[in-house]
Structure formats: C-alpha cells, structure tokens
Design a protein around this ligand. Structure first.
Ligand code: NAD
Length: 454
C-alpha cells in the first residue's frame, strides 16, 4: 500500500508497543485529525494566567460550551492547556505560570494541545526595552522547547499578538480554534502571528469558505488534491489546474469536489490572464489562489545542468511571481475581490537548505520573499498572502525515497512520523478564510517540528 508508515502501525499494537518501550525506540501515535462537524477538542481545557487575553479565551470557550478550568486541580486529565503570557514583561515573571503548567502536563491527554499566547518580539515599540524583549524572546524559546517535550501526538504552539491586537480579533480566535482542533495535527513548535484585527468571523465555522472561488495549481494529485478536497469541504468552489499530461487525474479530482478542471502549464506566460478570464466567465469572481504546483530536479551543484536548474525555477517561482502580477493587476476591479488571498507552498528545504537541492531551495526560499514583499499590498483591503512550509509529507514523492533515508527523515521531528497531505491542506484552508485576514506575510511550517531548520 503506498504512503503508509508501517512502523507507526507496528508500535501501536501490543507487541510493538512493548518492544519499542523496552528498546527505547520512537513511539509515534496516530494523530487526531479533523472530521467535518467535530468539536475543537474533547475534555477539560485549562486556561492559565489572568491577563485580558486569558479572560477573553476562557469566556469564548465557555460560550462555546467547552469545559474550561482556571485551576489545574489534582491530576486532571486535560485535553488542552492555554498559557497566556501576553502580559509578561520580565523573564523572572514566568516561573509561577509555567510551573503551574508543568504540573498540569503530567495528565495531558494523548493528542493534547498546549498553546502559549505572547506579544510580538518583533514589535518596534518594545525594541529598546531589554527586559521586555528578553521576556518575549524567552517565551518563544520556552514554546519551542516545550513542543519538543510533548509525547503521544500532543503539540505545543504559540499565538503571537501584535501591539494593539487582542484575543477578540477574528484571526486570534481563528488561530486558537485551528491550534486546538485536529486541523493542526502536524503543526508543532510553531507560531501564528496575528498582525491586525482585520477579518470577520464566519456564520458557520464548518463552512468558512462558503461562496469563495479559489484556484489550486498542481491539483491532480498529492498535496494539491488534498487542498482541493479540503477547500471544497469548507465551502469553496475550486478551479483545479494541472499539466495536460495529468488531465485524466485532474478531471477525476475535480469531479469529486464539484470543481472546474483546467489543463494548463503554469509556465505559460499568459497563465494568470487565462485563469482570470475563466473565473470571470464561469463565476464572475475570484477569491484566491494556492500556488501548489511544484517539481524537484535534484543534483549537487557540481553536477547541475541548465535544464534542471531552469525548469525548476520556471515552475516553482517564476510562474507564481508572474501569475500574481497578472491577477493583482486586476485587484479589486470586479473579478479579483478586494480581500484576495494567496497561499504558496514553500518547504523546510527553503528554510534550512538541503543537500542536492540548491535550485529547489532558491525557489522555496524565494516563495518566502515573494510572500513578505506582497503582504503590504494586500493588507489595506483585508487581503493576505502567506506561505506554508511542509516538512516530510507522506506522498508519492517521499514514497520514492530509499528506505533508510525515508525512515530517518520520517522520525526526525517531535511527532516522530511523517505528515499527510491533509495536514498541509488544513493549514491552507485556515489561511483562506475571512477570519484569517489578520495573518499576513507569514510562513507557517507544517512539519511536526522537524529538526531541520531554525
Ligand atoms: P506532486 O509531484 O505529487 O504534485 C505536483 C503536481 O503539480 C503534479 O500534479 C504536477 O503535474 C503538477 N505540476 C508540475 N508542474 C506543473 C506545471 N508546470 N503546470 C501545472 N501543474 C504542474 O507534489 P506534492 O508532493 O504534492 O507537492 C506539492 C507542493 O508541495 C510542491 O510545491 C512541493 O514542492 C511542495 N512540498 C512537498 C513536500 C512533500 O513532502 N511532498 C514537502 C515540502 C514541499
């Protein structure tokens, strides 16, 4: 069977579990993933801290009928722990709260969630206050380290609030829901930065993309297929794009999601304009694009040839840059909506570098640069552009790796397993919702806290 992790299956059977424990081998567990209609989390949620953010979170979760506790009590089996540290101004002020969490962690359920809330260490107004900056950076270090102490599918992540942004901001609420839920199964040790109070809450959290028309490139298989399915599940109409050679597979996916199949090479110099014309003709609107199509042409630089280099750059970065130019030329002029959303696939290889992938790293780091540069252009009308950087994802690509290399790559993260295309797709869907408008110009890793990278 393709894309399966037989080791994880083995160590979750009685004999395998015993053996792994005795010999000290990795013990990955099946991750909790979202199904339509699921509650965010089941079990008590502890909210630690007494800042306005802590109160707002507790109130919001109470209102949604969650079992919220403000005190760890004795040996509670918590499903989630939220640690509000947004009011901390000196590293020495952390101890009471983090030690309280330490006690509560002993009973954290499998696939549990720990979420820290902090103020932005990049905030210019805090830049000269040494204690404050030490505290904020310290909380980042704390969050990353705690994420590495998690076991049994549990994760720790942080929500970073920019100056003046409160937990009531739509994107802060959406980030909290995303991180508590099974949608963030493979997001670990990461931060979601909410830079503004832009955006609006959906009428139905199960249909956050209702009425939206979104282009997905490379939609015929792998991660693009999962993105198409997830966007459609959340209410969007998908325009799926792929090479003519993948036409049959593309049609099958688009039939399944009730989308439109477009056979088009994205390196076509007129690709953006052609997609724009199609969106106008069929729907009269375009709400976003997911730049997912990508190729690898690995070689050490010493053995690299122009064919490999140029084809990769052409598909993975020149095409998204050109398509963005063509679509954004029409921003807010009828078809391309004002709050247009762009997401693009980067990679941990673009962040950390990878042997044999100088061309791929140029493109995937380039995606991060493109994202940062266009954020300011989209912000004034509540649009956004973000990048998603997957780590090891179980696909045909990773299935083709030599067994030993694949097994090592799979375990080199805090969750000790590979992610699935759906994990990347959930993150993309989260970023396309109206509620996420305040998250702009960021790169979010979906990598199980891979040891690769910073
Ligand atoms: P994949 O090879 O399974 O699918 C890519 C799709 O893009 C294919 O259907 C292909 O036909 C299409 N495509 C390629 N060139 C195209 C072009 N010129 N025009 C239109 N379509 C084109 O890849 P995947 O594993 O699903 O990866 C999807 C994206 O995620 C890529 O950008 C990849 O770099 C990135 N990524 C993947 C992983 C992973 O572990 N699989 C990790 C990090 C990043």
């Amino acid at each position: 069977m393709p894309h399966t992790d037989s080791y994880t299956r083995f160590v979750n059977k009685p004999l395998g579990k015993k053996l792994a424990k005795t010999v000290g081998l990795p013990q990955p567990v099946p991750l909790r993933r979202h199904n339509k209609g699921d509650r965010l989390i089941s079990g008590p949620i502890l909210v630690v801290g007494d800042s306005p953010a802590a109160d707002a979170i507790a109130k919001q979760l109470w209102a949604d009928d969650y079992d919220v506790r403000r005190d760890p009590g004795l040996k509670q089996p918590f499903a989630g722990i939220i640690l509000a540290l947004d009011d901390v101004s000196h590293p020495a002020d952390l101890s009471d709260r983090v030690l309280e969490v330490g006690t509560a962690l002993r009973g954290l359920q499998s696939n549990g969630r720990v979420i820290t809330i902090l103020r932005d260490p990049q905030d210019a107004t805090a830049a000269t206050d040494a204690s404050l900056m030490a505290a904020r950076h310290g909380i980042e270090g704390f969050t990353r380290s705690l994420a590495k102490e998690m076991r049994r599918g549990a994760t720790t992540n942080g929500i970073v609030l920019a100056e003046g942004v409160e937990m009531s901001a739509p994107s802060a609420q959406a980030a909290l829901r995303f991180l508590l839920s099974g949608r963030s199964a493979y997001v670990a040790g990461q931060f979601i930065t909410v830079s503004s109070a832009a955006g609006s809450l959906p009428a139905d959290w199960d249909q956050p993309l209702a009425d939206k028309v979104i282009i997905v490139t490379g939609a015929a298989r792998g991660i693009g297929e999962a993105i198409s399915e997830t966007l459609a599940r959340d209410g969007a109409t998908v325009i799926g794009v792929d090479m003519p050679s993948a036409g049959e597979a593309l049609t099958a996916v688009m039939n399944r999601v009730n989308g439109i199949a477009v056979q088009l090479d994205i390196t076509d110099h007129n690709a953006g304009n052609r997609l724009l014309a199609l969106a106008e003709e069929r729907f009269g609107r375009l709400d976003g694009i997911v730049h997912n199509a990508g190729i690898t042409r690995d070689k050490l630089l010493a053995n690299m040839d122009a064919g490999r280099w140029d084809s990769l750059i052409g598909v993975n970065i020149s095409a998204p840059l050109r398509i963005n130019d063509q679509l954004l030329a029409a921003l807010g002029q009828g078809v391309v909506v004002e709050n247009f959303r762009i997401t693009s696939l980067s990679s941990t290889s673009g962040i950390a570098g990878n042997r044999g992938q100088t061309n791929y790293a140029v493109a995937k780091a380039g995606v991060i640069g493109m994202t940062q540069a266009l954020a300011a252009r989209l912000a004034p009308t509540e649009g956004s552009i973000n990048a998603v950087a997957p780590g090891f994802i179980e696909t045909a690509m990773t299935d083709a790796m030599p067994t030993a290399t694949r097994e090592v790559a799979r375990r080199m993260n805090s969750l000790q397993q590979g992610g699935r295309p759906i994990d990347v797709a959930e993150t993309i869907a989260f970023l396309h919702a109206d509620a996420a408008a305040g998250i702009n110009g960021t790169t979010l890793r979906v990598c199980g806290q891979s040891m690769v990278g910073k």
